[in-house]
Ligand binder design. Structure first.
Ligand code: NAI
Length: 737
């Protein structure tokens, strides 16, 4: 469909010749009613004549078009717009094109040279556009063109006055684009090249002849059409070629360190890096431009003190601080609800790295699985809306810049296994506000309910950069503190790789921060690439514990605490180190490739069952073997150390059921008075037997011959097979089991 301007009223300033004339003709040809403005001045702004505008109007009318002339200077902006209103009743498009030149080398530029140029180009464009603005605003349509120049963009010898005015117009356009956006007023800037009387003194005649103004007009028409959504753009155009320009900014370099003076020497020493455009960013707004600086504030200030996982959402233009803890603490946020079904549970499980490669993961990935369950750490998803939806900003006494928020720590406790669908309600309370100097920490307690039953509790520790110094306390008894791991080698280590798309997948569970997907946004935050969500690594670590120490049984999960230390890049491997101390599993998570600690002070609390105590086993995971080991455990206690000494071996069992990953038991008949362990065993195991739950029970009941089971492949043995003889004695001794 051809682009029509029927019904549109277009003002072209300086349309008596050159580019302006071509615009006027082209608009009129496509049905626009055109105001052909031209003062009829000479190229230096002297003289005045109506002839130029009249001739163009005549030409348009001769072709059956609609046009009126206006002979005012653009410095009388109101009058130009009045002509449009008088003749056609409205104004839709303003093309600021009028221009003159007064080229001089800089020291020879007179006040008049300077002022005239500013007046015609910059002030003229301002006055004409301002006169049209409210009409455009009330009709919710407007298209404005500013005419800049390569001389302004790049500089040009002898054109200091003109360069300044032309780039001034670009600045004007940038802001008009922002202010006009919501009224459908678009403002774009062109830097044209065309043969005209302005260029005939600087270009050879054949170039002047061949760089026709007609080649520029199509861009102007497109930018002024209602279909065109471009605004705030800058285009170079000439000879039928059009290109768009934008700003590029180097990655830059921070030359400041905490508590140290910032020196010019530091700037000198980093000069190459400051000016290195490798991986340059392309900021398009003041906010984007400021973001990297604000993030430097947080990074420098947090050096060695606050480690945090940035979750800053939108950038901000200013840091404001106004915290009144007495007012804020205890305030409740508006309740949020979260409706979900198996889809969200599965998506979350995939987001934290579960895979069908591990048959044991199927219970979290397949809604048709008999034990289909929701991963316990999905509990953070249930309640994160309280954080994400900006509820904090409505809290009295928390007048802070919420775009400067870093996720510092997380605590989650479940009071029942999470449902796999439902509509849950979360109530969030400001538990405390702490003053850490460089920032404030807000402790947000969120209780999540199903009906009136409490399902889980989350504590988000939110670090707000630059919001400290309000004279508050540094610590709180309400905080769930991170705890360091025991000082010994970990009892278990799990290494798991994240995929390149881990963050892209995880964000679908509701954390839409572009920091995790948009490379330019990540670059603004000072990252080489989008980073993984801290809560994604948190999910990885939690499920490592669940697998290692709770046989993937979500009902065993009680609570988790982590401190976010450093970001993880999607594709890196996570190494979860675990220390078991009773029912508490301390964890530390590192990036394997760099050895950097990413989750610290972390732990998972499990509900009972880690020791093979009869009580736990009685309510255990449904294996008949549970009962056998419970009984063995009891009998070992009766047996006494002599018997243990006689056997002098550690036996391991891997008992399988329904293709799930095996349950593990270890009978230690070497150390002390003997013991039975359930789950992974950190010591040396002499011999390990793998068999099904059913076969195990048959063996101990004497119904299945272990040798036969071994040769038929139903029983597998690793390690010192000879020791199995001793074991047979024990089992036979207890054959009445
Ligand atoms: P031009 O001299 O042919 O057209 C400019 C028109 O503006 C003239 O008809 C003149 O009478 C009119 N004018 C001057 N002062 C006025 C005033 N106070 N009020 C109303 N009208 C006034 O020049 P050209 O080349 O067509 O330039 C058009 C615009 O494009 C100018 O703003 C110029 O600075 C800009 N430009 C042109 C380039 C080129 O290669 N031709 C290069 C870069 C920018």
């Amino acid at each position: 469909m051809s682009l029509s301007f029927e019904g549109r009223v277009v003002l072209v300033t300086g349309a008596g010749g050159g580019l302006g004339k071509q615009y006027a003709l082209a608009f009129a040809e496509r049905g626009a009613s055109v105001i052909v403005n031209d003062l009829g001045a000479d190229t230096k702004g002297g003289g005045k004549s109506s002839a130029a505008a009249d001739k163009v109007v005549e030409e348009i009318r001769a072709k059956g078009g609609k046009a009126v002339a206006n002979y005012e200077s653009v410095e009388d902006g109101e009058k130009l717009i009045q002509t449009a209103l008088d003749a056609f009743g409205r104004i839709d498009v303003v093309v600021n094109n009028a221009g003159i030149l007064r080229d001089r080398s800089f020291p020879r530029t007179s006040d008049l040279d300077w002022d005239l140029i500013q007046r015609v180009h910059l002030r003229g464009s301002f006055l004409v556009t301002r006169a049209a603005w409210n009409h455009m605003k009330s009709q919710k349509f407007g298209r404005i063109i500013m005419t800049a120049s390569a001389a302004g963009i790049y500089g040009n010898f002898g054109q200091a006055n003109y360069s300044a005015a032309k780039l001034g117009m670009l600045g004007l356009a940038n802001t008009l684009a922002i202010e006009g956006r919501k009224y459908n007023i678009h403002c774009n800037t062109i830097a044209p090249v065309a043969g005209s009387r302005l260029t005939e003194t600087v270009m050879p005649p054949d170039l002047v002849a061949s760089l026709k103004p007609e080649y520029v007009a199509p861009l102007v028409l497109w930018l002024c059409h209602e279909q065109c959504q471009e605004t705030g753009g800058l285009f170079e155009v000439g000879a039928g070629w059009i290109g768009k320009l934008r700003w590029e900014r180097s990655q830059g370099c921070t030359v400041r360190r905490k508590n140290q003076p910032t020196t010019p020497e530091a700037v000198r020493d980093q000069w190459d890096r400051i000016c290195d455009f490798t991986d340059a960013t392309k900021p398009t707004t003041v906010q984007e431009s400021l973001q990297s600086m604000v993030s430097v504030l947080s990074r420098v200030e947090s050096e060695g003190e606050v480690d945090a996982n940035p979750t800053a959402a939108a950038p901000s233009a200013a840091l404001t601080s106004g915290i009144n803890p007495t007012e804020a603490v205890g305030q409740k946020l508006p309740p949020t609800t979260f409706s979900f079904n198996h889809t969200q549970c599965i998506l979350y499980a995939l987001g934290v790295g579960m895979s069908t490669k591990d048959p044991d993961h199927l219970r979290f990935l397949y809604e048709g699985h008999q034990d289909f369950s929701c991963l316990p750490t999905f509990g953070v998803i249930l309640s994160q809306a309280a954080m994400m939806e900006g509820g904090l900003s409505s809290v009295p006494g928390l007048n802070i810049d919420f775009t400067q928020v870093l996720h510092g720590e997380q605590y989650l406790e479940l009071y029942q296994p999470l449902p796999t669908s439902g509509k849950l309600t979360s109530e969030a309370t400001i538990a405390d506000v702490l003053d850490k100097g460089s920032g404030a920490v807000i402790l947000l307690d969120v209780n999540t309910y199903s009906g009136d039953k409490l399902v889980c509790y989350n504590q988000f520790s939110v670090f707000v950069v630059g919001a400290g110094g309000f004279g508050g306390k540094r610590t709180s008894e309400k905080a769930k503190p991170p705890l360091p791991p025991p000082k010994r080698a970990p009892d278990a280590v799990v290494i798991d790789s994240t995929t390149r798309d881990q963050a892209a997948l995880y964000r679908l569970s509701g954390d839409w921060n572009p920091l995790h997907i948009d490379p330019s946004f990540a670059a603004m935050g000072g990252f080489k690439a989008p980073i993984l969500h801290g809560l994604c690594s948190f999910g990885f670590a939690a499920r490592h514990v669940l697998k290692q120490f709770a046989n993937n049984d979500p009902s065993r999960f009680k609570a988790i605490k982590v401190r976010f230390v450093k970001p993880v890049m999607p594709g890196q491997s996570l190494q979860t180190e675990m220390w078991k101390e009773g029912n508490r599993i301390y964890i530390q998570c590192k990036v394997k490739e760099t050895d950097a600690v990413v989750l610290a002070g972390a732990y998972v609390d499990l509900h009972g069952g880690s020791e093979a105590s009869p009580e736990d086993l009685a309510q255990g995971g449904g294996l008949q073997s549970e009962l056998v080991f419970a009984e063995i455990s009891r009998r070992i206690k009766d047996m006494g150390p002599e018997m243990v000494k006689r056997v002098n071996a550690v036996f391991g069992w891997e008992v399988t059921k329904d293709g799930k990953s095996p349950a593990q038991w270890t009978i230690d008949l070497k150390n002390g008075s003997g013991s039975v362990h359930k789950g992974p065993y950190s010591g040396k195991v002499d011999v390990t037997f793998t068999l099904s739950d059913e076969d195990f029970v048959q063996v101990v009941q004497g119904q299945l011959n272990p040798q036969k089971a071994f040769f038929s492949g139903r029983l597998k043995v690793r390690g010192n097979i000879q020791l199995s003889q001793k074991l047979e004695v024990i089992l036979k001794d207890h054959a009445k089991l």
